[in-house]
Design a protein around this ligand. Structure first.
Ligand code: T46
Length: 140
């Protein structure tokens, strides 16, 4: 599946606590054009239910626990994000859902582009048709 996990650089600082950081194109292969974060979500809530045509994103959970469900039209995987030092880089074309495991968990995203609703596919049948047309395009 077209995603991978990354270790976000995390250092124990002289003052109490830890500090994590990442730099676009060093930690993952795109420049960051947008950062957004999702918060004040109750446990048990689900979000997502869409795919992106071109957007690349690095997703991490600096506080709490969120499960990410990925689907590429053939296989499904789920990834637990409950460690501020772990992120996942999602390449375009993956259907995703997110489940909040703990109240008020925060999900942060570094994205390769500005917000554009035209980049979203929010209907699953449309998503499957999109994948099929991409496969046909790629045929020699
Ligand atoms: C994704 C997952 C992980 C904006 O106006 N600007 C923005 O930058 C974003 C991200 C959203 N919006 C608007 C669009 C909708 O009217 O905020 C509303 C909620 O967005 P959405 O329902 O897409 O939110 P999630 O939590 O389902 O999905 C978000 C991102 O949209 C999406 O790109 O991959 O987080």
């Amino acid at each position: 599946m077209n995603y991978y996990k990354i270790d976000i650089k995390t250092i124990r600082t002289e003052k109490e606590g830890m500090l994590s950081f990442f730099e676009g194109t060093r930690a993952f292969p795109f420049e960051i054009r947008r950062i957004y974060y999702i918060h004040h979500v109750p446990a048990g809530a689900r979000r997502g239910a869409h795919a992106h045509k071109t957007l690349q994103q690095m997703i991490f959970c600096p506080y709490g626990s969120v499960t990410i469900f990925l689907n590429d039209g053939e296989t499904e995987e789920q990834i637990l994000l409950d460690d501020p030092g772990i992120g996942i880089v999602l390449m375009p074309g993956l259907w995703r859902d997110m489940l909040w495991n703990i109240d008020n968990s925060v999900l942060c995203v570094a994205a390769s582009d500005y917000y554009d609703e035209h980049d979203y596919i929010r209907d699953y049948d449309e998503y499957l048709a999109y994948l099929k047309s991409k496969k046909e395009e790629a045929r020699p």
